[in-house]
Write a new protein. Structure first.
Lengths: 441, 506
């Protein structure tokens, strides 16, 4: 271990140690005041002991604080005030400790009440010093009248009305960067306070260059290898998620790093809508971890979060394969094995309660007619449908064309004609229609 | 004291107690109680009429205390894109030079020694490490551009070239193993040492079956591949997973599963009766010992009985019209060949068999590569492409993932003497080509790049574990969450590695 590490380490101990003198000096004051009461008179000797521990820990806090001040980019004025008040506090608490010992008390004869007032004065000084210290760490607007008055931006009602900078990018930066790059703590002389400071950047040049990812220092740094010394956020602070990075990337490149614009006012939003709505918490139904290996899959929000297991059990008992594609929402893949001999009337009543959960459906090769398949009309969330090898005709398209989520329809080896295909194409969501071994080819 | 003696004596001579003792041995006790608790939990899960979405019930399921049940209950982790997989394993290490990875620069460098700056100290096998020279050799066969994206394909694979718009070709595969067995074992089980479960059995363990009458995981080894490198049943074994998840190998030939037919004069009713009694005996045994392997045995007898009808049905090619046989090529009428296996695979996929793995041996061209690889391509090219086309026209490519690939690639330099018409290539794990097609992968793309010597990867490397993670991902499984506890450790197919190759996913 090098000396540098030791000093960084002990510097980081300051925020820990600093709470000890606060606690002990406060305790000493409480003991002192309590000791006026007869019941607690016995606490009197404890005051000097407690003050002594407070004094020692205050000295330690001063030492570690000094080491920390060497390493960080802190605002000089606040730092000076914090340093001076801290050291004064240590000295005064030392003096008070000395005069509170019984021996000195007897010789100097400081009135008891004066001592109490001095002690309260120390607490006032301590509060001041503590506030200055907090301003150094959290920014000088952390605890201020301003905080009380500040208006919280309301969460946008929808993705479309969300402002890309104000509602999305700025909160990301506030959350992940502001601790070191805003207010009194301006590491690298860079602030994320507003768009102007972002464009201005810091020591390494502009943080954001509209339209130019490669020149945007901020983007470069958050996408470096986490082991790289320039990687941000530094010191193992929580990194930006992939989702957040994608949003910032889109904002720089596609939105030209604008402010004051809603998504509805911008172009090319299709590629980012998903990420923004995930960030804003609109689609809680994404599968897996949005940042993990799962990626963000677009899941139809209309699929119910629950499904009745009783009809599933009935269907299984009749030989159907009811496969759970996802639990949240409950997405079902239902297959009736070919040539099962099962009639639609036997399964209809169990399919209907699951209508909105059925995402893939395979009813191929079961001698179903057009009228058997009228039921499909109610499977509004259906994405893939297999009804091949059934004696169905052009009457079938009417039941399929209104299905908004349908992507693929298998009509192989049926009696349909080009009429069905032409009509199905009116539903632009349907991307693949299989018509092998039909009159069409 | 005498009481104690009496007690011990009693134990020794009381058969009922011995029986009980057996039931309560430590291992059985643990297995049974954990299974019991799991079953209770499952019972309450299904007894509960609703798959409720209340956060309590779904997002944070109450642990049953049974690790396995908890893991399985979390599945699927994502909405799956693929429902079935057919993995066309080209065993022996097909050369990427004569198939997919076009390296025109090599034509000018023929016979020159492989530069050290390219080799970078890469280990060679004992077969070519002592060669005095490592002369580079271009493909003996010509390449042409095919498909909408002008993908370069060797003239050896005209049929595959015709379906190139369906393929997602990954040119930047790499492995760590340099010899056949560790390399295949690595691909199939995620570890170079034998003993781990194969991909197919992990899928069976994780997702179960979609067809009650056929095994979930079926293996077909073609009879017309040159058997230069052996294959072992452990490549489709269940490792430490319950034995019902092992791959079932169908024999190459007219009788894929032996003794399926009842003996003469013994009809199905008799068989059923016999099996029912046998099952009762097994259940008695199971009640005494509680061994999960007995459960597996009962299940397998029942499966075998159902296979007596399902297998002949799926094996029958009577319904296949001539044009289908023509599409798969002349071999397809000869049961057990690669082409016939491709056709059979399609029929099994139609029945929703979840994982089908074909093996075709003979891609290990250390010498006589030009003629050897031509034979291999001729035996496989047409049927492979036909399988893609057939699945596509039937709409099955929607939710079927097709995979083609071997265990490693081959060297740019010739092993043995290089002549104008003849050369060989040694094993090369640093880069090789695989392709996927169908459910969830982008069609008509090429992913990853190798250098001019197809020796090193220069862009988008894909490790064996990355491939496995991607495969599981397409099936709806997070490879990091599908685990099995064995010998005190939770095992995964991808061990502690693997990244889903998201760039190739639709």
């Amino acid at each position: 271990m090098t000396l540098g590490n030791i000093s960084t380490f002990s510097g980081h101990l300051h925020p820990l140690i600093v709470h000890l003198p606060i606690g002990f000096i406060l305790l000493a004051a409480i003991f002192n005041i309590l000791s006026y009461k007869k019941k607690y008179e016995s606490l009197k000797p404890a005051v000097s002991v407690t003050l002594f521990i407070g004094f020692i820990s205050a000295i330690l806090a001063c030492l570690f604080g000094y080491i920390l001040s060497l390493s960080g980019d802190y605002e000089k004025d606040i730092l000076l005030r914090h340093k001076l008040s801290g050291i004064t506090l240590a000295i005064i608490s030392g003096i008070l400790c000395y005069i509170s010992t019984e021996k000195v008390m007897r010789e100097v004869r400081i009135p008891k009440k004066l001592f109490s007032v001095l002690l309260l004065g120390v607490i006032a000084l301590m509060s001041y010093s503590g506030h200055e210290g907090a301003s150094l760490t959290h920014g000088n607007d952390y605890l201020s009248v301003h905080t009380l008055m500040q208006q919280v931006r309301n969460k946008p009602a929808s993705v479309q009305t969300a402002m890309i900078f104000e509602d999305v990018v700025a909160p990301i930066l506030q959350n992940k960067c502001a601790q070191c790059h805003q207010g009194s703590k301006l590491k690298g002389n860079f602030s994320v306070e507003n768009l102007q400071t972002l464009l201005k950047g810091g020591k390494s040049g502009p943080a954001i260059v509209p339209g130019k990812l490669a020149e945007s220092e901020l983007y470069k740094r958050v996408t470096l290898d986490p082991g790289h010394s320039d990687y941000m956020p530094a010191d193992g602070k929580p990194p930006l998620s992939k989702n957040e990075i994608q949003i910032i990337k889109w904002w720089i490149t596609k939105a030209g790093a604008v402010e004051g614009k809603t998504l509805a006012q911008l172009k090319d939003v299709d590629s980012i809508q998903m990420q923004v709505s995930t960030y804003l918490g609109f689609n809680k139904t994404t599968t897996g971890n949005a940042d993990g290996d799962g990626g963000t899959q677009a899941i139809n929000p209309d699929i119910p979060m629950q499904a009745d297991t009783l009809p599933m059990a009935h269907l299984r008992a009749k030989g159907l394969m009811v496969r759970l594609m996802l639990k949240k929402p409950v997405m079902l893949d239902i297959t009736l094995p070919a040539n099962s001999g099962v009639k639609m009337s036997e399964i209809k009543d169990d399919l209907i309660p699951l209508a909105k959960n059925i995402v893939w459906l395979n009813l191929s090769g079961n001698n179903f007619t057009d009228s058997d398949l009228h039921i499909i009309r109610s499977f509004v969330n259906l994405e893939k449908l297999r009804i091949e090898k059934n004696p169905i005709t052009d009457d079938v398209y009417d039941d399929l064309v209104s299905l908004q989520h349908l992507e693929a329809v298998n009509l192989n080896e049926t009696k349909i004609t080009a009429l069905t295909v032409d009509n199905l194409k009116k539903n632009t969501g349907i991307k693949r229609i299989y018509t092998w071994r039909t009159a069409i080819n | 004291m005498s009481d104690f003696h009496h007690d011990a004596e009693f134990r020794l001579h009381t058969p009922e107690f011995n029986e009980l003792n057996k039931k309560l041995d430590r291992r059985n006790f643990l297995t049974k109680t954990s299974l019991g608790i799991g079953a209770l939990a499952l019972g309450s899960l299904f007894g509960n009429r609703l798959f409720s979405s209340s956060p309590k019930a779904v997002s944070a399921p109450v642990s049953t205390g049974d690790l396995e049940a908890d893991i399985l209950r979390a599945l699927p982790h994502f909405a799956p894109k693929a429902k079935r997989v057919v993995y066309l394993f080209q065993s022996g290490g097909p050369s990427q030079f004569e198939t997919f990875d076009y390296k025109p620069v090599l034509a000018k460098l023929m016979g020159q020694n492989l530069p050290d700056s390219v080799r970078k100290g890469q280990r060679l096998t004992g077969m070519s490490a002592n060669q005095s020279a490592l002369p580079m050799v271009p493909s003996y066969y010509k390449f042409n551009q095919h498909g909408q994206n002008g993908t370069w394909m060797s003239e050896l694979m005209p049929f595959t070239a015709a379906v190139v718009d369906e393929l997602c070709i990954v040119k930047s595969m790499y492995s760590e193993a340099i010899n056949h067995d560790p390399a295949i074992t690595f691909f199939q089980t995620g570890n170079q040492l034998p003993g781990r479960p194969s991909i197919g059995s992990w899928v069976s363990y994780g997702l179960g079956s979609d067809n009650n009458n056929l095994p979930t995981f079926i293996v077909l080894v073609s009879k017309n591949g040159q058997k230069d490198q052996p294959l072992y049943a452990r490549l489709w074994g269940n490792g430490f997973l319950p034995s019902k998840h092992q791959g079932v190998q169908f024999r190459a030939g007219k009788d894929p599963v032996l003794f399926l037919n009842n003996p003469d004069g013994y009809d199905g009713k008799d068989r059923k009766e016999m099996l029912e009694y046998l099952s009762k005996l097994n259940q008695l045994q199971n009640a005494a010992y509680g061994d999960p392997e007995v459960d597996a045995r009962i299940a397998q007898y029942e499966m075998a009985y159902r296979m007596q009808t399902s297998v002949p049905e799926v094996m029958s090619t009577a319904d296949e019209p001539n044009e289908i046989f023509e599409m798969y090529g002349p071999d397809s009428r000869d049961a057990g060949t690669y082409a016939a296996n491709c056709l059979l695979a399609r029929k099994l996929l139609e029945k929703d068999v979840k994982f089908i793995q074909l093996y075709h041996q003979g891609w290990d061209q250390h010498s006589n590569l030009p003629s050897g690889i031509a034979t291999q391509c001729k035996a496989t090219d047409q049927a492979t492409a036909a399988l893609i086309k057939d699945l596509k026209q039937r709409g099955l490519l929607e939710d079927t993932l097709v995979i083609w690939g071997g265990e490693f690639g081959r060297t740019v330099y010739s092993q043995g003497k290089l002549t104008a018409n003849d050369y060989g290539r040694d094993h090369h794990p640093r880069c090789f080509t695989m392709w996927m097609a169908g459910a969830g992968v982008k069609p008509g793309i090429t992913y990853g790049e190798t250098d001019d010597f197809s020796y090193n990867i220069v862009k988008d490397p894909v490790h064996v574990h990355d491939f496995q993670a991607t495969l599981l991902h397409l099936m709806g499984i997070d490879h990091e969450r599908l685990t099995y506890k064995f010998q005190g450790r939770r095992f995964r197919l991808t061990d502690v590695e693997g990244k889903v190759v998201k760039d190739i996913l639709t």
